[in-house]
Design a binder for this molecule. Structure first.
Ligand code: THU
Length: 166
């Protein structure tokens, strides 16, 4: 038996002020996207802003449904929109933030596994990783370059292809 250990690395900025101006603006756009959140059930708003190579910014938010599993996270709303309308314009960075009146968020929310897997697919489609900025309003920002840091054992499509026999 062999034991293995995987370490992940991410950057932490104590406040928004430590970011570059474009990254700060992208986090601000994610905050703007909170306004469109439809979250009457969880009362937990999530906003996402996606910066494309052309400079276009896509906005999205979580969209809940009375049939709970029919709702969708902000990240996947954003990324499926990208795949539908902007897939020829690579994603450079994505900012995600959250807000609830029920309690104070003190650290960034980290995207769910399904959203991470969709991020992985988008990186695969555009043949390059993108930076992910997780922003806690009034608090820190966590940054990774590429979803692999958050999902080292992501499912790759090559697992669906029969491997050549040795
Ligand atoms: N949510 C997101 O939008 N993104 C995530 O990565 C995790 C959770 C949403 C789903 C639901 O509308 C609310 O947050 C509470 O789970």
């Amino acid at each position: 038996m062999n034991s293995h250990e995987i370490k992940i690395a991410f950057n932490e900025y104590n406040t928004l002020a430590e970011l570059s101006i474009p990254d700060k603006l992208l986090c601000d756009e994610a905050v703007r996207a909170l306004e469109t959140s439809h979250s009457p059930y969880s009362k937990f708003k999530v906003g996402a802003a996606v910066l494309l190579q052309s400079g276009t910014i896509l906005h999205a938010s979580n969209q809940e449904n009375v049939a709970y599993p029919s709702g969708l996270c902000a990240e996947r709303v954003a990324l499926f929109h990208w795949g539908t309308a902007h897939a020829d314009d690579p994603i450079v960075a994505m900012a995600v933030t959250a807000h609830t009146n029920d309690f104070k968020l003190t650290k960034p929310i980290t995207s769910c596994g399904a959203c991470l897997q969709v991020m992985a697919e988008c990186e695969k489609r555009q043949h390059q990783p993108f930076r992910i900025l997780l922003y806690c309003i009034g608090g820190p920002v966590w940054e990774v370059n590429g979803v692999q840091s958050f999902l080292p054992f992501m499912f790759f499509e090559d697992r669906l292809i029969q491997q050549p026999s040795l």
